[in-house]
Design a protein around this ligand. Structure first.
Ligand code: DHB
Ligand code: MG
Length: 222
């Protein structure tokens, strides 16, 4: 699947006219590039969507799985009140250091805790009473484990919690029955779980843009 150049041109236009990043956000992307992090963070329009969806939950607690350089964490933390808290889980200690700096320079460092290590291990130690309940959960980590992360998100949620799972279409590979890619297989498992879970109302939307052809799944906990 080759990307249509208009997808990126349109994203540039939308970034200029409707989802314009401030300096803290552009500095975050620049610092992430300079640190040679993979260029797979959310686009600015996607980040702004996360911010709006989080705002809709009137959040006090937000959980992010997969911090990378902290761009999405900044968008999410900006939806929190001054005494709110975002917990973000990151496997890679180098990425976590970059994220820490980016989040701090954006002025939301006091609202953000980064827990370094394999997310699954960290999640197993977390309880809704002590760490949550979370009002919004953004899952954007290793794609093999999506279903496990969704299960933990539900466990740490309250009725009304929104759960957003990133990268759910993967160039359309989710409908390739011959795929041997464990990331695609993991994504399909997560989608099936979201679609059949009695505590979720779920959907999945395809997207194109500067990040190619992909999508996201969104669910609300009953
Ligand atoms: C990849 C991961 C992401 O979270 C994303 O948004 C895009 C790509 C990846 O691993 O290729
Ligand atoms: Mg992603």
């Amino acid at each position: 699947m080759s990307d249509d150049p208009r997808w990126s041109e349109v994203d540039e236009f939308l970034t200029k006219v409707v989802a314009t990043p401030d300096e803290a956000l552009t500095r975050t992307v620049q610092a992430s590039q300079e640190a040679e992090l993979p260029n797979i963070q959310v686009s600015y329009p996607q980040g702004q969507m996360l911010h709006i969806l989080a705002l809709l939950t009137s959040p006090r607690r937000i959980l992010e799985i997969g911090a990378l350089g902290g761009l999405s964490a900044i968008y999410l933390a900006r939806a929190l009140p001054a005494d709110g808290k975002l917990v973000t889980l990151e496997l890679n200690a180098d990425f976590a250091r970059v994220a820490r700096k980016n989040i701090d320079q954006a002025g939301v460092g006091d609202r953000v805790e980064i827990r370094v290590g394999p997310a699954q291990k960290t999640l197993e130690t977390m309880t809704p009473e002590r760490d949550g309940p979370f009002d919004f959960v953004f899952i954007d980590a290793d794609k093999d484990s999506g279903a496990t992360y969704v299960e933990h998100a539900i466990r740490l949620s309250r009725p009304g919690t929104l759960i957003l799972l990133d990268n759910t279409v993967r160039d359309g590979e989710i409908v390739n029955p011959n795929t041997t890619d464990p990331r695609v297989q993991g994504t399909v498992r997560a989608l099936k779980l979201m679609g059949s879970h009695p505590r979720l109302v779920s959907t999945c939307i395809q997207t194109v843009g500067c990040k190619g052809y992909d999508g996201f799944a969104l669910a609300r906990v009953r």
